[in-house]
Design a protein around this ligand. Structure first.
Ligand SMILES: *[C@@H]1O[C@H](CO)[C@@H](O)[C@H](O)[C@H]1NC(C)=O
Ligand SMILES: *[C@@H]1O[C@H](CO)[C@@H](O)[C@H](O)[C@H]1NC(C)=O
Ligand SMILES: *[C@@H]1O[C@H](CO)[C@@H](O)[C@H](O)[C@H]1NC(C)=O
Ligand SMILES: *[C@@H]1O[C@H](CO)[C@@H](O)[C@H](O)[C@H]1NC(C)=O
Ligand SMILES: *[C@@H]1O[C@H](CO)[C@@H](O)[C@H](O)[C@H]1NC(C)=O
Length: 467
């Protein structure tokens, strides 16, 4: 059993509502299963609701918001301490920005059926191909329009016009605002992002339509008037270093090991009543629904974050998921993410096999900046919770709640000048604030120290590690 930090008693200074926005990111008892079972914790100040339309952002700014995580904004942005107080002179020379896609419809449809329709007619997910030059074929801008044909005998288990998952209108609107805010900080204020895309900016996404859809919305916010097309780099999906692209049997074997520990079993035992209630209400009794909180969380979050209600049973419309049940699901989900990427006994290896190659790519770009050889000023990569989680784990974040919609990590590199103090410093913002880690708050550290922190997770030989 893990013990409380000496002297810390959750809520001792008053109700959970007294938390500051930043506190909501760092529940000190997240590594205990009592965090899951103690219903008075509620959402630990987190927000899990948003209307269909955006843009939305947690209120007050900086609060953990599952539907739309905070991101750097010029209204609140502060330079790193020593730059802000003038003790050091320097400028931002590089930004490595990673983000999860914006809010969306769910991956996981309730096995018993969904009692509400999902509508996505208000979004146009574009997909079209053309020649690679302006003189080549210019395609018709086509978008996907989901429909159901009455002659198709198969029913999808959910009514409406969405694909699962797909970006929703609120996600598109949030993304556009996200990009506008990034421009205001890193373009207008700090002069790093150029007025229009040039060869020192670089974009990448996973193979998923979700991350591509987010990129289009966010980058339109960054450059509202640019009328060309931009490359969004992607690896071949069978070897992709994000979103668990390449195959590696050590990923699933390490996962089974960490899901065999006493702590893991304890988190299932404290939630057995909840799981069995939800299972019978929603037809979700299979192990894929019962062995982790991934599917319930995903299903409920997608409803609440897009203007819908929590689900009810199809066979009994008065048997519904309550907010209290959903909150316990969310606390259990947060506990699991902290366990996967921070506290399980195999965590170093788990991060290495899942995310080590991608972390190595980030380290290589940071090293190029340190060596004065970077060919880029701004890299922006659109990925998934399963990528943001291990990166925050590698940084040693003090507590890791589920990296929510549009959660983001900004690696800033500052170059200082002046006699004797020339050098490269880094800071790392998680969803707009310097991240709090076992190495301290990463507001101003030597770039070489940040590289050293991350390098532990870069495998020397991934093929042998994968087995
Ligand atoms: C649990 O988290 C607290 C607060 O972050 C920390 O002090 C403690 O060492 C952690 N316990 C374990 C076993 O990880
Ligand atoms: C449950 O959490 C509340 C804070 O919301 C705290 O005051 C209380 O001590 C906790 N109870 C247990 C049994 O851990
Ligand atoms: C400026 O800020 C840094 C870091 O926050 C601190 O160490 C330093 O003492 C401050 N200097 C002045 C002159 O306030
Ligand atoms: C889907 O919509 C149709 C027509 O409105 C309705 O008859 C049917 O019950 C709905 N199905 C579900 C699972 O809600
Ligand atoms: C329907 O659900 C309600 C609320 O859980 C319950 O009280 C009631 O007995 C259920 N009805 C049937 C027919 O199962």
């Amino acid at each position: 059993m893990r013990s409380l930090t000496a002297g810390f008693v959750l809520g001792a200074a008053g109700p959970v509502l007294g938390l500051s926005p930043l506190d909501t990111f760092y529940p000190p008892t997240l590594n205990q299963t009592s965090y899951i079972s103690n219903s008075s914790i509620g959402t630990y100040g987190g927000i899990y609701k948003a209307p269909t339309n955006g843009p939305t952002g947690g209120d007050p700014y900086g609060t953990y918001d599952y539907c739309s995580m905070p991101h750097p904004r010029s209204q609140e942005y502060k330079s790193p301490g020593p730059i802000a107080n003038g003790s050091v002179k320097g400028e931002l020379v590089y930004l490595e920005y990673l983000q999860r896609h914006q809010r969306r419809s769910p991956y996981n449809i309730l096995p018993g059926g969904e009692n509400q329709a999902y509508e996505c007619d208000n979004v146009r997910p574009y997909l079209y191909a053309g020649g690679n030059s302006d003189s080549g074929i210019q395609p018709m801008p086509m978008y996907a329009q989901t429909y159901q044909d009455p002659t198709n005998p198969f029913t999808p288990g959910v009514n409406g016009t969405c694909q699962y998952p797909q970006i929703t209108i609120g996600g598109v609107q949030d993304g556009y605002q996200h990009g506008k805010d990034l421009w205001n900080v890193y373009g207008k204020k700090l002069g790093l992002i150029p007025k229009k895309p040039n060869d020192r900016v670089w974009f990448r996404s996973s193979e998923s339509a979700l991350t591509q859809g987010s990129a289009g919305a966010v980058l339109r916010g960054v450059w509202p008037d640019y009328d060309g097309a931009l490359p969004l780099h992607q690896m071949v999906s069978s070897v992709d270093t994000v979103n668990e692209g390449y195959s590696c049997s050590a990923i699933s074997s390490t996962l089974s090991e960490l899901e065999s520990t006493t702590e893991w079993k304890e988190h299932l035992s404290v939630t057995s009543e909840l799981r069995s209630k939800l299972g019978s209400m929603l037809g979700a009794t299979s192990s894929s629904w019962q062995s982790t909180f991934d599917h319930f969380s995903d299903n409920f979050q997608a409803r609440l974050c897009n203007g819908y209600e929590l689900p009810c049973s199809i066979s009994n419309s008065s048997a519904c998921v309550t907010m209290e049940m959903a909150e316990e699901v969310f606390r259990a989900g947060d506990w699991e993410w902290n366990y996967y990427w921070r506290t399980n006994p195999y965590v170093t290896k788990y991060i290495q096999v899942v995310e080590g190659l991608f972390i190595g790519e980030i380290v290589a770009r940071l090293q190029a900046v340190l060596d004065g050889k970077s060919s880029l000023d701004y890299s922006h990569i659109f990925v998934h919770d399963g990528d943001i989680g291990p990166i925050l784990g590698a940084l040693g974040i003090n507590a890791l709640r589920w990296p929510a919609m549009a959660s983001n990590v900004a690696f800033e590199v500052w170059k200082t000048n002046g006699k004797g103090s020339a050098g490269y410093y880094a800071r790392v913002l998680y969803s707009g604030q310097p991240v709090q880690t076992i190495h301290g708050t990463l507001d101003w550290i030597h770039l070489s120290d940040l590289i050293a922190i991350l390098s532990v997770y870069v495998p020397e030989d991934i093929e042998s590690l994968c087995g």
